[in-house]
Every structure is written in structure tokens, then in C-alpha cells.
Design a protein around this ligand. Structure first.
Ligand SMILES: NC(=O)C1=CN([C@@H]2O[C@H](COP(=O)(O)OP(=O)(O)OC[C@H]3O[C@@H](n4cnc5c(N)ncnc54)[C@H](O)[C@@H]3O)[C@@H](O)[C@H]2O)C=CC1
Ligand SMILES: O=C(CO)COP(=O)(O)O
Length: 348
């Protein structure tokens, strides 16, 4: 009989915890394919004087990042990332993108060469005048193949088992079948495609557009204006993908990872919420993030910065007026009304 696959989850925030519920249940549904016990790496912290790992292992709940949702008992919280990943055949990367490099570097010497990874991270990184995708960075650092999963997946709704869809870009058909078994449920509908660049470009850039949607809400501009931001945002996302990344497919923008994720994040995501509160508050986004998110991390502001640095290096900021306006409002103190001005005067 073929070896049963050992799964490890690298990350345990809001999405990491929600996906651990699906993974913990699905490995039990497929005992012929997966080992039952799943390690989940937890960045150790104290909650009410106790280690978060101990609380998760005793209560089977991540009381800080996903309160109120019982996690399967075969999910084991581990504070040592090497110990978490040791012996794993499948690594699920689900952590805020700013922490990926440090974590991957520390995993280098414990990963077996037949291990496969899947990245649930939404973000891009600007390095050496280039934008890099996190699935490719994971592949480069660890020397293993990495798929990606991204979709209209607000973590709390997935955890509450409200129906939603997601998109997985797998490198081979066989990998796709395994990831479908690991993630698909009647309420979390997985579609496998093979455009990993498109999936990651969508997942990253929609967070920037969601900041724009939040600015609209903060200014009380109404639904029609927000719809214009979403529509033009989608066009800029497509133009960005097609211009800078070879092989991105137009159809990918119509999958869950594209237009659906853009809509849900602009309606109910953290990026939207924090950006709306930023308008008129006189506080920085960082301050509001700390006040409102209880340790969860925004991805849209840092992605706006990475994208802007990249566009500046290409002398192309004017070609992406919406993302540029969002960057200027957040980082350069430009008046938020720049967004509406920009919508009125710029044409695609
Ligand atoms: N929350 C959501 O609804 C969704 C999130 N995502 C994506 O999933 C990825 C992970 O997001 P979440 O799980 O929501 O994380 P989160 O936003 O809840 O982030 C907090 C996590 O970061 C950890 N952390 C804090 N400081 C750290 C450090 N110095 N080193 C390492 N880890 C540290 C915390 O322990 C906690 O686990 C992101 O790329 C996000 O865009 C994707 C779909 C849905
Ligand atoms: O990616 C998400 C939904 O698919 C979550 O978006 P936020 O990080 O803005 O909450």
C-alpha cells in the first residue's frame, strides 16, 4: 500500500484556523490517503497568561484568532515550526505574507524532497526590481513544488460552513486530485485549474482594491461608486497580470479567486473595514489595524506599497491610476477624495 500522506499546516491565524477545521475533517474522511494527525504551527503567544498552543490543544479552539469555532481534535498546535513540518508530505502555508521568508528559511533542513506544498497566502513581494509570487518563493527556498489556493473565502464564513467556492492551481493532475480531497467539502467547493500565476495575482491585488472600497465607504460614497471601484479594479488587476506576468489567463479572473474574491473582500473583508475607519479618524492605518483586528494582519496596504514600488521602477504608475491613488492616500497623505477625482477623469 502507498504511504499515507502526513499533512502539516504552517500558520494558525484567522484563515489558518478556519482551514484547519476543513483539513482536520477531510483527512479523517480519506484514511486511505492521509494520516489522521495534523500538526499546525502556532506563533507562540500568551492569552490570559497561558500559551496559545496549550489552549488550542486543551479546548480545541483558537480563542484568539477564530473564537467560537470548535476545531477537530486531530489538529495539534505546535510552537516549533521545524517540529511541525518534520516528516510531512504536504505543507499548507497559510500565514501573513510578511512572515513567509523567515519561516521558510527555518524549514530548509527538515523538508524531505518528496514533500509538496500549497500556499493559501495572498500577497506579492517586490525584490530586485521584480515582483515575486509566494508559491514560487516557497519553491525556490525549499526546493519543492508548490500549488496555490485562493478564492472568495472570508475565514469566519468558511468556518461557519456557509457555502462558498475556491480555486486551486495545481502543478499536475495528480496533485490536483489530492488537494481536492484535502480541501473540498459540500460547503467549500473546490475548482482545480492550472494558472497559478493568475490565481496569485488575483488574490494579491484584490486586497489593494478592497482598500479603495473601504475608502469609498469611509467617505459615504454609496454603492454605485463602490461598484465603479470594483469594476475598474478588476480591469487594473487584469491589465497588471497580463502586462507583467506571462501566461495569465483571462478566464482566471472569472473564477472564485478573481471577481468573486474581489466582491466579497470589498463587501466584508478586513482591508475594507480598516480602510473605512482610516478615513476621518486622523489615525494611521497601523494604529487602526491594531485597534480593530486583535493581532490579525492586513495584506492590502503592504501589497499596495510593493505594487507601487514595482510600478515606479517601470515608470508606469500612471497606467494603473486606481492602485496608484490608493497608494497615495494611504502612504503619502493624499486627500481620500483623490479616488473619486481619479474615477471621473481617468478612462480605460
Ligand atoms: N482571514 C481571511 O479571511 C483570509 C485570509 N487569507 C490569507 O491567508 C493568509 C493568512 O491570513 P490569516 O490566517 O487570516 O492571518 P491573520 O491575519 O489572522 O494573522 C495573524 C497570524 O499571524 C501570526 N503572527 C504574528 N506575528 C508573527 C510573526 N512575527 N511571525 C509569524 N507569525 C506571526 C499570528 O500568530 C497569527 O497566527 C494571508 O495571506 C491572508 O491574506 C486568505 C483568505 C481568507
Ligand atoms: O481574502 C479574503 C477573503 O477571500 C479576506 O480578505 P481580508 O483580508 O480583507 O479580510
Amino acid at each position: 500500500m502507498a504511504q499515507k500522506l502526513k499533512v502539516a499546516i504552517i500558520g494558525s491565524g484567522n484563515w489558518g484556523s478556519a482551514i484547519s477545521k476543513i483539513i482536520g475533517n477531510n483527512v479523517k474522511l480519506h484514511p486511505d490517503i492521509f494520516q489522521e494527525d495534523v500538526n499546525m504551527w502556532v506563533f507562540q503567544e500568551q492569552v490570559d497568561g497561558k500559551n496559545l498552543t496549550d489552549i488550542i490543544n486543551e479546548k480545541h479552539e483558537n480563542v484568539k484568532y477564530l473564537p467560537g469555532i470548535p476545531l477537530p481534535e486531530n489538529i495539534h498546535a505546535v510552537s516549533d515550526v521545524k517540529e511541525t513540518a518534520s516528516g510531512a508530505n504536504i505543507l499548507v502555508f497559510v500565514l501573513p505574507h510578511q512572515f513567509v521568508y523567515k519561516v521558510c528559511e527555518s524549514l530548509k533542513d527538515v523538508i524531505s524532497p518528496d514533500c509538496k506544498a500549497i500556499s493559501l497566502i495572498k500577497g506579492l513581494d517586490f525584490q530586485d526590481n521584480n515582483l515575486t509570487l509566494f508559491s514560487e518563493e516557497i519553491e525556490k527556498i525549499l526546493g519543492i513544488s508548490c500549488a496555490c489556493l485562493s478564492g472568495a473565502n472570508i475565514a469566519s464564513e468558511v468556518a461557519e460552513e456557509k457555502f462558498g467556492e475556491t480555486t486551486i492551481a495545481a502543478k499536475t493532475e495528480e496533485d490536483g486530485k489530492i488537494f481536492e480531497k484535502l480541501f473540498h467539502t459540500p460547503n467549500f467547493d473546490v475548482k482545480i485549474i492550472n494558472d497559478h500565476v493568475g490565481v496569485e495575482v488575483c488574490g494579491s491585488l484584490k486586497n489593494v482594491i478592497a482598500i479603495g472600497a473601504g475608502i469609498c465607504d469611509g467617505l459615504d460614497y454609496g454603492n454605485n461608486t463602490k461598484a465603479a471601484v470594483i469594476r475598474r479594479g478588476l480591469l487594473e488587476m487584469r491589465k497588471f497580470g497580463k502586462t507583467f506576468f506571462g501566461g495569465v489567463r483571462t478566464e482566471t479572473f472569472f473564477e472564485s479567486c478573481g471577481v468573486a474574491d474581489l466582491i466579497t473582500t470589498c463587501a466584508g473583508g478586513r482591508n475594507r473595514k480598516v480602510a473605512a475607519a482610516f478615513i476621518n479618524s486622523g489615525k494611521s492605518i497601523d494604529e487602526i489595524e491594531k485597534e480593530m483586528l486583535n493581532g490579525q494582519k492586513l495584506q492590502g496596504t503592504t501589497t499596495a506599497l510593493e505594487v507601487h514600488r514595482f510600478l515606479e521602477s517601470k515608470n508606469m504608475t500612471d497606467e494603473f491610476p486606481l492602485m496608484t491613488a490608493i497608494y497615495r492616500i494611504v502612504y503619502e497623505g493624499a486627500p481620500p477624495e483623490l479616488l473619486a477625482e481619479n474615477l471621473r477623469t481617468r478612462k480605460f
